[in-house]
Design a protein around this ligand. Structure first.
Ligand code: ADP
Ligand code: MG
Length: 452
């Protein structure tokens, strides 16, 4: 596709024109949909991104398009479905608007129950922003400055321990600081479920409902736990509608996008997806280093950079575990009055999980090639046969999973010029390994050998 090549070239240029986080956040997942008779349509997959590009980067985009010989009188940014990222060969699917009629008119009584509380520890200030969480952070700040106005609900999703709870609570804390009288309710979904069951037994569901429906801001953590609980979903649906109609901000976190939560009513899925959904990723290596440094500083400890780097490359997918590893190291050294070192960190980590050492990109590529019994040169070379392409994608996936390398770096390691190839490969393997048992087994086996 010629158009796609031109867009890749333009992206390449944008990448060096703006900061790396800005590129990753705003441009990485865009596509050129159409360029005809001066009208250029650019696909973006998130309303927040759309707005920011329009406001901040439109001139840059115009100039860059022109520089690449594209005649342009007008640029339109259009929302496209994120699905297209998984299926690059497909046409872009326009976002459908699955609205239903809200139907709740229950009265709101201001009854004060004991509020679930926000943890003051979670603030924007002590959240380290980087690749993987930048967009979520920006969206949370936008919501905190104008709650209930634009992005409602705000829905953050992603894996375990990557900062979802921290960020959604930071929104609550920030709004509370600006507006001390605002009624901000934070609730873990499991607690919501427990309270509801108790209310059913005690026949106090009206009080329960009124409590949540009187919030100015409702923050619901780990909403995937509503799955399969029909009665509670019904209750939650009405709470949601009441708040939403009154322009009260709703913030939700989950481990997956709304459409992927099994046994969740469709009307809730469509409500959840009706505001802004943001995919949070585990932070990349640089961000992990920054997180460790920040947390060490908060403990008034200065860590040598080798120790920081060692921790950041050993604990890759979960910030909570990363924090745990650091705390354990600091505590161990504190008790003994010694300086933290790589040797101590490594012995503590090995005791924890028997998972040693730094893995290098080279090791991952070698292991993958060996597993599939193909020469390394083929894996990193130009061949496009299926029995090479799949192992190459697997190698990219493992580089992403285990080392959290950036897509351009992953592409580079495998001799590709275009970082979108790496992006598509990682997404494809992520998706397919969920359904393809043999693929999953291959990945597990390669990883086990890597850590053996
Ligand atoms: P999740 O809700 O996604 O499972 P949490 O928000 O509970 O994850 O985060 C786990 C721990 O990691 C918390 O202590 C949180 O403060 C910390 N954390 C996560 N991401 C960051 C970050 N970017 N900067 C600072 N701390 C972070
Ligand atoms: Mg959480």
């Amino acid at each position: 596709m010629v158009q796609d090549d031109v867009w890749q070239a333009i992206l390449g240029e944008l990448e060096i024109s703006v900061t790396r986080p800005a590129y990753v956040t705003y441009f990485k997942n865009t596509a050129l949909i159409k360029a005809e008779n001066g009208q250029v349509i650019i696909g973006v997959n998130n309303p927040f991104v759309k707005e920011t590009i329009e406001k901040k980067f439109n001139n840059l985009v115009l100039a860059t398009l022109k520089k690449h010989g594209i005649e342009v009188s007008e640029v339109v940014y259009k929302m496209i479905s994120a699905r297209t990222q998984l299926l690059p060969e497909q046409e872009f699917i326009e976002e459908e608007n699955a609205e239903e009629d809200p139907k709740s008119d229950e009265s709101i009584a201001n009854q004060n129950q004991q509020s679930p509380t926000l943890n003051e520890r979670y603030t924007f200030d002590n959240f380290v922003v980087g690749d993987g969480n930048e967009l979520a952070f920006a969206a949370c700040q936008a919501v905190a400055s104008q709650p209930g106005i634009k992005y409602n609900p705000l829905y953050l999703y992603g894996g375990v321990g990557i900062g979802k709870t921290h960020l959604i609570q930071a929104v609550g804390n920030d709004i509370q600081k600006r507006n001390p009288s605002a009624k901000i309710l934070y609730i873990a979904t499991e607690q919501f479920v427990r309270e509801f069951v108790m209310a059913l037994r005690a026949r106090t569901t009206a009080t329960f409902a009124n409590h949540y429906r009187s919030a100015d801001v409702l923050i619901v953590d780990d909403v995937q736990f509503l799955a399969g609980k029909d009665k509670i979903q019904e209750e939650f649906f009405h709470t949601f509608n009441t708040l939403h109609q009154a322009n009260k901000q709703i913030i939700i976190s989950s481990d997956k996008p709304p459409k992927d939560i099994a046994m969740l009513e469709n009307r809730l899925k469509s409500r959840f997806a009706g505001g802004m959904s943001i995919d949070m990723q585990a932070p990349d290596y640089e961000t992990r280093c920054a997180i460790i440094q920040t947390k060490a500083e908060a403990n008034q400890v200065e860590l040598e950079s080798e120790v920081v780097e060692y921790l950041a490359s050993s604990v890759t997918s979960n910030v909570r575990e990363l924090e745990g590893a650091l705390n354990q190291l600091l505590a161990w050294c504190d008790v003994r009055g010694i300086e933290p070192s790589v040797a101590i960190a490594s012995s503590l980590l090995q005791v924890n999980k028997g998972r040693p050492k730094h893995l290098s990109a080279k090791q991952i590529i070698e292991r993958t090639a060996r597993h599939y019994q193909i020469p390394i040169d083929d894996l990193v070379g130009p061949k496009r046969d299926k029995d090479i392409v799949v192992p190459r994608q697997v190698a990219m996936y493992i580089l992403h999973e285990e080392l959290r390398l950036s897509y351009p770096k992953i592409a580079h390691e495998l001799g590709r010029k275009d970082h979108t190839t790496a992006m598509h490969s990682v997404k494809k393997i992520t998706q397919e390994s969920q359904i393809d048992v043999s693929l999953r087994a291959a990945i597990t086996e390669i990883k086990e050998q890597l850590y053996a």
